[in-house]
Design a protein around this ligand. Structure first.
Ligand code: ZN
Length: 311
């Protein structure tokens, strides 16, 4: 809550890619990893993976933020955690704070990093390497994660999974009477192991109602007055990993009436629920990092030949 009240404050001006507010955001993220003593990812300029992106027809300079905890036994196998650091900025004089989108995923990653670092200091070393990748340009079309997938800091063949967290702090209208849920999207598409591990870890530690309905990208959802194929599998940064044959999970709690509006603010976040979901993701990550065998890819993989727009 403390982190989010800062990250989604007006001072960050809605974190539009390339804006002053986005620069404040990346400094904030870098300072967090420096304070925790978690090292910058190799190949970054002091945690920043710099790039130029086109936003509204003009080029802006922007950056992903990347840090790493090295694995003790399989340091060359990487688990990449992602959430997007940017949002849609100021529109019509109003700041879009993006508390849920994606302040919720961002602070979840920061808390997971802190928990892992406390563990490390107490002798709990993850066997595999864990990369914390805060990506820019998501709202402009998944651009920061696309840049990473074309300029990876660690080899994609050695990246065993991407866990992407984008909007997990609220509940949607389908779950008015059942708050303790979380959508897992993509979990069984490339690796049945990943799906099965999610279920068993949830049973052991979290007891959330895991909702897998959007593993079918064709399933219709009601948005902006019409029914659309949900296509969530293609709609956030995990897709740039999935299209490179890396198993992914997109953690998501659904859209709501404040989606992409100035009213997506911090006091509307359900903090106990956000905490529960964050803990579940932490436990899943810990299992993936420490199990003896790397998760396997399915021999028959769905949706590989669908284009960027999900058609
Ligand atoms: Zn988002």
């Amino acid at each position: 809550m403390e982190l989010l009240y800062v990250y989604a404050s007006d001072y960050f001006e809605g974190r539009r890619t390339g804006s002053k507010g986005q620069k404040i955001a990346v400094d904030f993220l870098r300072d967090h990893y420096m304070d925790l003593n978690i090292q910058a990812a190799e190949g970054t300029n002091n945690y920043f993976q710099e790039m130029n992106l086109k936003v509204d027809g003009k080029m802006v300079s922007t950056e992903n933020v990347a840090a790493i905890i090295k694995g003790s036994e399989f340091p060359d196998e990487y688990i990449v955690l992602t959430s997007h650091l940017d949002h849609i900025g100021i529109e019509g004089g109003q700041i879009n704070n993006g508390a849920d989108d994606d302040g919720s995923g961002t602070v979840t990653m920061l808390e997971i990093a802190e928990a892992l670092q406390i563990g490390l200091e107490n002798g709990y070393k993850p066997k595999r390497s864990i990369v914390f990748l805060h990506v820019t340009g998501e709202e402009e079309g998944l651009l920061g994660s696309a840049y990473y997938s074309e300029n990876p800091l660690y080899p994609l063949e050695q990246t065993i999974v991407n866990l992407n967290i984008d909007m997990i702090g609220r509940n949607d209208s389908l779950h008015d009477n059942d708050e303790d849920y979380l959508y897992l999207i993509g979990s069984d598409i490339l690796s049945q192991d990943l799906h099965d591990i999610s279920i068993s870890i949830n049973k052991k530690y979290s007891n959330l109602d895991l909702d897998f309905r959007y593993n079918d990208p064709q399933l219709k959802v009601y948005e902006r007055g019409r029914h659309y194929a949900n296509r969530y599998y293609y709609r956030s940064d995990h897709y740039n990993f999935a299209r490179n044959d890396i198993p992914v999970i997109f953690y998501f709690s659904g859209t709501h009436e404040d989606y992409h509006l100035p009213t997506d603010t911090v006091e509307k976040i359900n903090y106990p629920l956000l905490t529960k979901r964050a803990r579940f993701i932490f436990h899943t990550l810990w299992e993936l990092a420490n199990r003896e065998d790397r998760i396997r890819l399915n021999s028959d993989r769905k949706y590989l030949n669908i284009d960027k727009n999900g058609r």
